[in-house]
Design a protein around this ligand. Sequence first.
Ligand SMILES: Cc1ncc(COP(=O)(O)O)c(C=O)c1O
Length: 419
Amino acid sequence: MTFENTLEFAQNADAQDSLKQYRDEFFFPQHNGENVIYFTGNSLGLQPKSVINKIKVELDDWAKYGVEGHFDGTNPWFHYHKFFNESAARVVGAKPEEVVVMNNLTVNLHLMMVSFYQPKGERYKIIMEGGAFPSDQYAMESQVKFHGYEYDDAVIEVKPRTGEHHLRTEDILSVIEENKDSVALVMFSGVQYYTGQAFDMEKITAKAHQMGALAGFDLAHAAGNLVLKLHDWDVDFAVWCSYKYMNSGPGGVSGAFVHERHAKNPDLPRFAGWWGHSEDERFLMKRGFIPEYGAAGWQLSNAPVMTMAVHRASLDMFDQISMNQLFSKGLNLNGYLQYVIEDAARINDKLSFQIITPEERGCQLSVLTGDNGKELFDYLTEHGIIADWREPNVIRMAPVPFYNSFEDIYKFGQILKSF
Ligand SMILES: Cc1ncc(COP(=O)(O)O)c(C=O)c1O
């Protein structure tokens, strides 16, 4: 796409957008009686208008059937988690039995670590990206301590080279190779939350496997953003949340992927609960855990139907589009955002920026600001732009293909120029 910083260009691009009808399917927060320019779908996606009806179906069934809703309801709650497999699997590139929707992200990360971080002898180290999202750092720290190791010894953080902001794939691969005798698990995010860098999950997984380790990913910022092929890439496990690019509400339910070679292994260590127990025998209330086939065997509890109903509303939209379509619009929006920012910086001396998101990315752009960064951020907020400030001086923005438009970005550029 060749960009121009004009309203005409933006409106034409919107007119040709095959996803344009989805914008009207979402509620936008208001500023002075108008929709805000919402660039924080990487933090909390907007509410699909269909959510309220999805929840109402479940509330009505609860009122009408009480406990019998588990079998007689419109969407029988006993089977509720199964209504997500096909759709969630499409979003992350998996087989339906390799995914399950349950819990929240950090809970799922711990459940996966119980199964896939099995330190033995000299092989006990975890390799992860430096500056990972704090919850992941705490999860790794507590997991290694649980197995009797010290963080500084057992966790290797791969950091960018001096003067650089993102990691080079070659550096990640060399660190894995250098630790070939001691690495047990390579655990990365799919998209780095701070820089917006999309990691090469296929290469990282292949290298981890060559070195005798397993590979897992936190896809909080990748699910619903990138085209993922978890099964084909041979990833061992992954977890994601649904409240960012998957628009499923604050604290919304999470997803987990377990590759089929593990998912069909009943002997893997795991923390078990009754909902992961073989469905045929779940209500026999007997001793002895028999895991359900597939990722479903990692469930602990019965489905939280109300939050999952929200997720269903969102996945219905994902069912109507392809991830290629979504990803390619996200890249174009993001490219346009970068273009408009660079154009504004040429005109307005007060703007000094460095884009720290590399070309390997989805729809997030992270901008390192100058000394007046916070002042700029506050100015944007006052002018109806919702972006995200990360200490010490980064503004993160994500033009989301489901509901952001090229015109949003054009208008943002005009506000930026006027700072
Ligand atoms: C990369 C990443 N990992 C983990 C989390 C924590 O997610 P949860 O609160 O659902 O456990 C977040 C939350 O934003 C995140 O961005």
